[in-house]
Ligand binder design. Structure first.
Ligand SMILES: Nc1ncnc2c1ncn2[C@@H]1O[C@H](COP(=O)(O)OP(=O)(O)O)[C@@H](O)[C@H]1O
Ligand SMILES: [Mg+2]
Length: 503
């Protein structure tokens, strides 16, 4: 049996259908009831569940200004305290927002949650919701869920059902330094340490800052992790048609695209594995054709060639790389050019989505760090990777291609993509514009949530959307495996530098 914490009573026009107040039992429980606590009471309709929204402390002795003035009289301090047992008249009340009336089946499992049509009943006892019921109400999966930490209130583990989280898309959002990458590494720890017999999607991670390479050096995980440095990545030129060239080099005109298509046709007859350089040579050597078109094409292609991104074969070969329960990291750490990064993200996403649609690779989770750089809102900037990321956001579910977008500037993130992120993991966000953008993209984020989001501490998050039946605040657990660079201090690096120079 769960613990009684108070009694429903009448206070300021309440209880009504939406809310009820209760007096908190003084002796044992005043410290225990917290904002966010799930409580229940018996209403006419049955088991009414709600969440504590506000806690107030009242004392009749201190509700009248004149009395308080007298109480604070310098000549006669503590007059009230001396005369009356004012401390004993202090009481705490909690205001509860009703969430629904639970209908149980014969095995005491939740069958349905109905909307309430009657208020709670004054005089009825209020209890803390039992863990077993709460687990079902939120939809936690204690058996095979991903362990992200603990619920902030109460003592339940936040074990998130993988099928609910990954069968649709999700976003991880916070200010810079809010803990997005840390949370991502916890998700990865959880996914990589699942039993082989449980079924786990392949994970592909666009690691913009090289923060995840440490996972490869961890003995328990190393076999399940592959890292590719972006400087060795190669886009296969023989796989590109003239329109793909134009995607990477927008200024190519219609006439030039047509010409280029002819050259590509020609080179394919001669050579299966050709490079950009070969293509440029062929154009230069061909005698017929418009001279200025040829010159322009050579110019555009040489410009692409200088990016050092294109080669005769795809590297790495994605068909063989993407495996269930395996993490593939594309490390962009050494890459400065934003254009190059966008081309790579575009290429990888397109290939992955194509391979998935044709069933050549298993279901995957594609995690994109700094997503606002790759899928920006039109008003802010352009990115050629935006189209495919929005497409996966819209269409990916059908093919079990799950997208996780990580960003510290939700406002700069494409609202088309953001509105498709069914679950959201929201850490601290301070910027009012970002909060407003979030509220616009999802009606579940009310003003009240927005206020709480701006006061979350490091390691605290709000999880809402498809992954859980009811939004919950989670205290994120600590990492099992540590990154070596995590504790690297600027001053240490400087000292090591000096030592290195001296030796
Ligand atoms: N749940 C947590 N527990 C302990 N430390 C955390 C937690 N989340 C984040 N941190 C710390 O906060 C700092 C910033 O986290 P990080 O994930 O890099 O932020 P972001 O990716 O949002 O910029 C890191 O030093 C990290 O160790
Ligand atoms: Mg980060």
């Amino acid at each position: 049996m769960s613990e009684k914490v108070g009694t429903v009573f009448n206070f300021l026009q309440l209880p009504d259908v939406q809310k009820f107040p209760f007096v908190i039992d003084k002796e044992k429980n005043q410290m225990m009831i917290q904002k966010g606590q799930f409580v229940c009471t018996e209403s006419i309709e049955g088991y009414l569940i709600g969440v504590v929204e506000k806690i107030l402390i009242l004392n009749e002795y201190f509700s009248d200004a004149l009395t308080i003035k007298a109480y604070n009289n310098e000549n006669n301090p503590n007059i009230l305290k001396g005369l009356f047992p004012s401390d004993d008249f202090e009481y705490a009340i909690a205001i509860v927002r009703n969430l629904g009336v639970i209908e149980f089946d014969n095995n005491d499992k939740i069958k349905k949650v109905n909307r309430m049509s009657y208020p709670a009943r004054p005089g009825k006892e209020v209890f803390v919701v039992e863990d077993e019921i709460l687990k079902q109400f939120i939809g936690l999966d204690y058996e095979k869920g991903l362990d992200l930490g603990n619920l902030k209130v109460g003592n339940l583990k936040a074990k998130i059902p993988i099928n609910k989280l990954l069968n649709k898309h999700f976003a991880i959002l916070s200010i810079s330094g809010g803990g997005k990458s840390y949370l991502t590494s916890i998700l990865i720890e959880e996914l990589l340490s699942r039993s082989d017999s449980w079924g786990t999607p392949a994970i592909v991670l666009i690691d913009v800052h090289g923060e995840y390479s440490y996972l490869k050096s961890i003995q328990e995980l190393s076999e399940k992790v592959s890292i590719f440095d972006s400087i060795y990545s190669q886009i296969s030129v023989p796989n590109m048609n003239a329109y793909i060239f134009r995607k990477y080099q927008e200024q190519i005109s219609n006439v030039q695209v047509r010409e280029l298509a002819n050259y590509i046709k020609k080179i394919r007859k001669k050579n299966k594995l050709y490079s950009l350089h070969n293509l440029i040579e062929l154009i230069a050597e061909t005698d017929d054709g418009n001279k200025s078109t040829k010159q322009a094409l050579i110019g555009w292609l040489s410009d692409l060639d200088r990016l050092n991104l294109f080669g005769p074969e795809e590297n790495p070969n994605l068909d063989n790389l993407i495996k269930p329960g395996h993490l593939t990291i594309f490390n962009f750490e050494k890459e400065i050019s934003i254009r190059k990064k966008q081309i790579l993200v575009d290429y990888l996403s397109n290939r992955l989505f194509y391979l998935r649609r044709t069933e050549k690779i298993p279901p995957f989770l594609l995690i994109v760090e700094e997503a606002h750089q790759f899928c920006p809102e039109a008003a802010h900037s352009k990115a050629l990777s935006k189209y495919i990321l929005e497409t996966i956001a819209r269409e990916g579910r059908k093919f079990m291609a799950c997208l996780c977008l990580i960003s510290q500037r939700p406002k700069k993130l494409s609202s088309t993509a953001l509105s498709q992120m069914n679950s959201k993991m929201i850490l601290n966000i301070k910027n009012p514009y970002d909060l407003k953008h979030l509220m616009d993209s999802s009606e579940a984020i009310t003003k009240e949530y927005a206020d709480t989001i701006s006061s979350l501490g490091v390691g605290e998050m709000l999880l809402m959307g498809n992954a859980v039946k009811y939004p919950i605040f989670i205290e994120i657990r600590t990492r099992k495996y540590k990154s070596k660079v995590e504790d690297l201090l600027l001053t240490d690096l400087c000292l090591n530098w000096t030592d290195k120079k001296l030796s």
